[in-house]
Design a protein around this ligand. Structure first.
Ligand code: BV8
Length: 235
């Protein structure tokens, strides 16, 4: 009997205990700035300096030595390393905490804060510092066309074919630390619910909790290591 195929979706809640603000909790990012002003292609066309400022501040916070992967990130990296079957961790997060925890079978569907993309040649370059309206592309040399390698609202998430293929095969689907409000990620559970075991891990119920077979409530640093231990014990 082959090991079950796993797909795990994470959202901002898995990084909350590492000190990174979520989006929709009290005091979250969208309570400070409007999506329409900083996270759409129209916002970037209208005021690129403001959008760069929003992402530069988040990139700077991510560089803070106090911001480290937490026990939930580390547990998922261990699961990745030890799971004998198919496994894919799909994160909506643009932080690099899953990467730094050691996750390998990982996909950033909304892009990555520490990468920049040239709007002229499309080259994607690792980027730890600030971007501005005068930044030059290391690949083509063009100046002023660099943007965060992040998927804004109204843009198509990355590697959707690879995600669809993994969802088509998955036997167990878990959503961790996501409010289940942003599509298409929010629709993944409905896509697999008729044939996969579905588990939601969150501090609270969400609008999507009713769609899951099981809900495990608590902080990610408590619930995720326990969930991983349960999965590994069953193999
Ligand atoms: C698209 C990058 C078309 C930027 C982000 C209906 C159907 C389809 C689309 C739409 C639709 N209605 C509207 C749309 C369009 C839109 C959308 O969904 N809008 C929403 C607002 C309604 N979607 C899009 O535009 C997407 N593109 O649809 O293209 C298409 C699609 C497929 C195929 C072809 C064409 C693009 C969306 C991507 C936008 N970019 N991020 C950036 O980061 O700055 S989205 C942004 O929201 C982040 O990526 C974030 O990850 C994501 C989701 O938020 P969450 O991660 O869930 O975070 P949130 O704060 O909401 O929740 C945190 C949760 O954690 C809470 O539940 C909380 O209880 C919990 N928590 C907190 N602490 C803890 C915890 N849990 C455990 N432990 C803790 N300690």
């Amino acid at each position: 009997m082959p090991a079950p195929s796993l797909v795990i979706l994470t959202g901002a809640g898995i990084s909350a205990e590492s000190g990174l603000a979520t989006f929709r909790d009290a005091g979250g990012l969208w309570s400070r700035v409007r999506i329409e002003d900083v996270a759409t292609p129209e916002a970037f066309a209208r005021d690129p300096a403001r959008v760069h400022g929003f992402y530069n501040a988040r990139r700077e916070q991510l560089a803070d030595p106090a911001v480290q992967p937490n026990a939930a990130h580390r547990a998922l990296a261990e699961l990745d390393a030890r799971w004998p079957g198919d496994f894919l961790l799909v994160t909506q997060n643009v932080d690099d905490l899953h990467d730094r925890a050691g996750s390998k079978r990982l996909l950033h569907m909304h892009g990555e804060l520490r990468k920049a993309r040239c709007t002229r040649c499309a080259a994607v370059t690792p980027w730890a510092g600030d971007l501005s309206t005068t930044t030059s592309c290391p690949a083509c040399g063009g100046a002023g066309g660099m943007r965060p390698h992040v998927v804004w609202f109204g843009e198509i998430p990355l590697e959707m074919d690879r995600i669809a293929a993994a969802l088509d095969e998955c036997d167990i689907f878990a959503a961790i630390g996501t409010s289940g409000l942003v599509h298409p990620a929010a629709g993944f559970v409905a896509e697999v619910a008729h044939r996969a075991r579905t588990v939601e891990l969150n501090v609270d119920r969400t609008d999507g909790t009713r769609l899951f077979d099981e809900a495990r409530h608590g902080k990610a640093t408590d619930t995720v290591p326990r969930f991983v231990a349960d999965l590994l014990a069953a193999t």
